[in-house]
Design a protein around this ligand. Sequence first.
Ligand SMILES: [Zn+2]
Length: 224
Amino acid sequence: MHAVKIFLACLGTETNTFSPFRTGYRNFAETCLVREGAYGDSPFLFAVPLVIWERRARQLGWSVVHGLCAFAQPAGVTVRRVYESFRAEILADLNRAMPVDAVMLSLHGAMVADGYDDCEGDLLAAVRAAVGPKVSVGAELDLHCHLTQTMVENATVLVTFKEYPHDDAAERAEELFQLVAARMAGEVKPHMALFDCQMVGVFHTTQEPMKSYLSQVKSLEGEG
Ligand SMILES: [Zn+2]
């Protein structure tokens, strides 16, 4: 019997391109810079999905390989060599783990580095190139992400937080795991589409009108 192996990693920050404060190595080190799955007893928000995915995978008897988990608090554009070195580390971790059956990434979705307007699209494309077209690549994103066609084309499943403030990172991680596992079992064939509403706003999902809107969105899920 084929032993299933999955690869997990995290890379992100929420970039404000107007901010003069560059995001460098130290900003990641101060927020979250963890290797080999040592997330501790109270993991950082964007490490929570990795902890859940590892637990779920082990329950199924799958083996798990942890890549880099690096996250920085929101600030300005990330320094190019910092992004490139983290990307290289994740890809090296992945190459060592190969062959893998799935890759699951915890990302933010609004990370910009010098020369890279869409870090997540760039990273997902590099991961896709490494694993080939058949391997499931899933990513969990903050709902404040810039969803791009590059991200959609290079991922099998993307799941974003639904709540602002974000209290559903764990719930969405479970959801992503279920979708990736079902896809690996041939039970579902995920298909993604992207629509730009041309709106920018701050919408608290704990308050109306977003509270009702979100429950309507949830009620429609799985209905075809
Ligand atoms: Zn956010």
